[in-house]
Design a protein around this ligand. Sequence first.
Ligand code: DGL
Length: 272
Amino acid sequence: MSSNNPIGVFDSGVGGLSVLREIRVQMPNENIIYFGDQVHVPYGPRPMEQIQNFSEGITKFLLKHNSKIIVVACNTASAAALKYLRETFPDVQFVGMEPAVKPAAEKTQTGKVGVLATPATFQGALYASVVERFANGVELFQNTCTGLVGQIEKGALDSPETRAILESALLPMLEKNIDTVVLGCTHYPFVIPLIEEIAGKNVRVIDPAPAVAKQVKRLLEAGGLLSQRAEEGQFRFMTSGEADSVRVSLNLLLGIDGEIETVTWMDDLIIR
Ligand code: DGL
């Protein structure tokens, strides 16, 4: 394994870009290969087993492209498949997402915290274990924000529909006096301005991306795999969906005008 190999990052769609953004801030010299499974987005309402199959196929694809570490930049795929991926690929290092209940429980003053995530994330054993280990008597209010991932995929970061979804999720929690909101889906950081507008500045919004990027860096450093490249790293974006719509999102979300490569699922494998 060479330190020049890329970091592999995947999500059901553009959500993982909120994690990629932080990886680029903390490790600007790394090459990154990003896979967005736009043909299957959203993952949230799908059965766990199907999400596992997708995650396994994407992992094989990212390994074929020599990824030195794989970042499961999707809470839903982490909830459904991270354990399975670690068992199936014991030699591969994975970094996954888990809802940031721990920092939220440590910081809340009112003892009430909102958690926004997809149905699969709330159903998985990972969420139950995070709550059991870290909630520490803090009251959690959950909402699945139905339709929000789709709005963000199409770049509707401030549309009336997006606002309505967020209001119906947040207003009942705000009435219960939450002072902290955990973003348990990597798509949601892209609507933080709208969340702050609805919830007000006194409500803390927790985006776990900086902590996840830090963990990636720590693991690479420990394995002697941090890039020694002096110049800025390259970024490849691959999608199983439509290049044109992804290009627009990439520009809107990260201000990047990049080449988008399209790939196709063939049964359980991804081919180019
Ligand atoms: N970004 C994913 C997550 O973090 C997307 C969810 C979905 O595809 O439903 O959960």
